[in-house]
Write a protein that binds this ligand. Structure first.
Ligand SMILES: NC(=O)c1ccc[n+]([C@@H]2O[C@H](COP(=O)([O-])OP(=O)(O)OC[C@H]3O[C@@H](n4cnc5c(N)ncnc54)[C@H](OP(=O)(O)O)[C@@H]3O)[C@@H](O)[C@H]2O)c1
Length: 273
């Protein structure tokens, strides 16, 4: 019998995940389907019950449910408990197990480029849910230090505590305090939502060079002003869609137990822009 998968969130109608996973099913001739299912913020419990009733085989979780969903899991993978948020769920006869593939999805494009994370000083913009998975990733790869810059300093302070707990040297500043200091970092990541509305780059990239890695996790639009400014400096740039693809490929592998057809998934994703 065919298997059914979903992505839950709100809003969900612009999600690219159905396209990406459906392309993988087609490529491998899998008898599976993947749907987008809108669950409003206060209706997660009922929504999850509904998914169990239709015997969903697995689902992705996105804004605003990534943290709240932890409550409804029966089993929790290590990635998930470390980050405190879930983005991938496996349903095994009504037993829900949660994973977080954002961390590995984030790291994958860095590894593909053989970037030496362990000797890097990192500047991370943002202190939301995605930033947390990214910090866990830099801790796992033993980055030298991370500066967490956020509009709301209290949230950056909280993530500094989190980073230190998992043995990553960290400090917090506001985005305004960055000034002209971008050039002091090896890897600069935008994990705020700045760019989604085509806003100008949140910081000055003056002084960075062709060795600086500039990574924007915002994937829509693909070419944010932040990445355009980095390109002008000939920096090594990484697109948000690469993380999106990385987390989807990892989720695919968890659900299907086989290697994800990365190129078919990438083609489907880029066709969606
Ligand atoms: N490529 C991928 O696979 C992937 C995966 C996950 C997320 N994302 C993208 O990453 C972004 C963040 O996601 P999230 O889940 O971490 O969201 P979140 O938890 O809501 O965090 C949003 C972050 O953006 C900051 N921010 C928002 N508007 C701002 C503004 N006008 N000026 C300065 N800072 C602002 C917030 O700062 P405050 O704390 O001060 O509010 C906070 O740090 C989203 O655009 C999302 O689409 C991409």
């Amino acid at each position: 019998m065919g298997k059914t998968f979903a992505v839950i969130g709100d809003p969900i109608d612009h999600s690219l995940s159905p396209n990406i996973h459906s392309a993988a099913f087609r490529e491998l001739n899998l008898d599976c389907s993947y749907i987008a299912y809108r669950i409003p913020k206060d209706e997660l419990g009922d929504g999850v019950e509904g998914l169990k009733k239709i015997k969903i085989d697995g689902f992705n979780v996105t804004i605003p449910h990534k943290v709240e969903m932890m409550k409804y899991l029966d089993k929790i993978d290590e990635s998930c408990s470390l980050i405190g948020a879930v983005n991938t769920v496996v349903n095994n006869d009504g037993v829900l197990k949660g994973y977080n593939t954002d961390m590995d999805g984030f790291l994958e494009p860095l590894k593909k480029r053989n970037i030496d994370i362990s000797n890097s000083n990192v500047l991370l913009l943002g202190a939301g849910g995605a930033a947390r998975a990214i910090i866990a990733g830099f801790a796992k790869e033993k980055a030298k230090s991370i500066t967490i810059a956020n509009r709301t300093i209290e949230k950056a302070d909280n993530l500094v505590e989190f980073a230190k707990k998992i043995s990553l040297d960290a400090n917090a500043i506001t985005i305004d305090e960055i000034g002209e200091s971008a050039k002091n970092y090896n890897i600069i990541v935008n994990a705020t939502s700045i760019g989604l509305q085509k806003e100008p780059s949140p910081i000055s990239l003056e002084g960075i060079d062709e060795k600086t890695v500039v990574y924007d996790i915002v994937y829509m639009p693909m070419n944010t002003d932040f990445l355009k400014k980095a390109k002008e400096k000939n920096a090594i740039i990484i697109f948000g869609y690469e993380m999106l693809l990385g987390q989807a490929a990892r989720a695919f592998e968890i659900w299907h137990g086989m290697e994800a057809p990365y190129n078919a998934m990438k083609k489907a994703l880029l066709g969606g822009f």
